[in-house]
Write a protein that binds this ligand. Structure first.
Ligand code: BJW
Length: 274
């Protein structure tokens, strides 16, 4: 089933008692937070994931990695929830047994009023000790970097001709030393899930449980290529739920979905929630 207008999808949502809203970076794109894999503007089109988003990268160059995450944290702080985030919160109001499962490390769902989104890939705002995940770090506000605020790690999307140059060699000004854990002295690291790391067990289990039990799963703004998160819509489909996708582009999830709405989060979701 393919739908251009969201009317049919809105009806399906209106009949649902249990909804899962599964979101990816496209959810926050219209708030000005870059996605990962979009051509030219995506983070991985501009920066080398292996040098920035793996445990090995942090071990090799913690100041580089911490500085990059500080820059991203500053960008998110400046962003505001978009009408898509507000529509998700409205769906939660209408259908109390709605669970928001997000791959995003920003806090825009929370700021839009979503109750308790499940963060499968952690959070920019929950740094932790590298030595022991049980040592939560005090929020290292002191590191709210001048370089992050002043726009170093420049957004190269403004200069598309450079956007595919991943060599973007960071200079010393972009490096920020991470603080040390006050309990054991080890480095504090960003509280996100890097490639090769396990997802938080409780979050993944709660997401699978919600996907198994829902009537409708709405997947929004994800390329559906990163596992195990990309299993969540598939789990719902296998359990018999109706799966609705909102994305301006085709994705590998198209075949899993009952309805594919080609549009943006801020453009389509308000009509679904009305
Ligand atoms: C719009 C829009 C608008 C635009 N409106 N839409 C080979 C095969 C299979 C798997 C693997 C493999 N090799 C390695 C793996 C495993 C790996 C993986 O899946 N890799 C694939 C890339 C191949 N996975 C892992 O490593 C995971 N861990 C793991 O497997 O652990 C195993 C283990 C078990 C036990 C012990 C130890 C280990 C971890 C994955 C962690 C992912 N981390 C990141 C970074 C988080 C931190 C940070 O932010 O820096 O998570 S990567 C990045 O991708 C981020 C995202 O959450 C994730 C998904 O991306 P997302 O959200 O889908 O964004 P995009 O950019 O891809 O897509 C945006 C979409 O929006 C597009 O479709 C646009 O069209 C759309 N869009 N504007 C609506 N306005």
């Amino acid at each position: 089933m393919e739908s251009v207008l969201p009317a049919g999808a809105a009806e399906l949502l209106g009949q649902a008692r249990r909804i899962v809203v599964f979101t990816g970076a496209g959810m926050s794109a219209e708030s000005g937070v870059p996605t990962f894999r979009d051509d030219l503007t995506g983070l991985w089109a501009q920066f080398d994931a292996e040098r920035l988003a793996t445990p090995e990268a942090f071990a090799a160059d913690p100041d580089l990695v911490w500085g990059w995450y500080e820059w991203r944290r500053a960008r998110v702080r400046q962003a505001q929830p978009n009408p898509g985030h507000l529509a998700v919160a409205a769906i939660e109001e209408l259908v109390p047994e709605t669970v928001v499962v997000t791959q995003n490390v920003d806090d825009l769902h929370e700021r839009a009023g979503s109750r308790a989104p499940i963060h499968l890939h952690g959070s920019l705002f929950a740094p932790r000790c590298v030595g022991d995940a049980a040592h939560p770090a005090a929020f290292p506000d002191v590191a709210t970097s001048q370089s992050a605020e002043s726009g170093e790690w420049q957004d190269q999307s403004a200069e598309p001709e450079k956007a595919t140059d991943k060599s973007a060699e960071p200079d010393e000004g972009r490096r920020i030393a991470p603080p040390c854990c006050t309990r054991c002295g080890a480095l504090v690291r960003p509280g996100v899930v890097w490639f090769g790391e396990a997802l938080p067990e409780a979050a993944l289990a709660a997401a699978v449980e919600a996907a198994t039990a829902c009537d409708v799963l709405l997947t929004v703004g994800t390329s559906g290529v990163v596992y195990p998160a990309a299993e969540i819509p598939r789990v719902a489909a296998r359990a018999g739920a109706v799966v609705i996708q909102v994305n301006p582009e085709p994705t590998p999830l198209d075949g899993v979905c009952d309805v594919n709405l080609r549009g943006t989060a801020a453009g389509v979701l308000p009509a679904l929630a009305a």
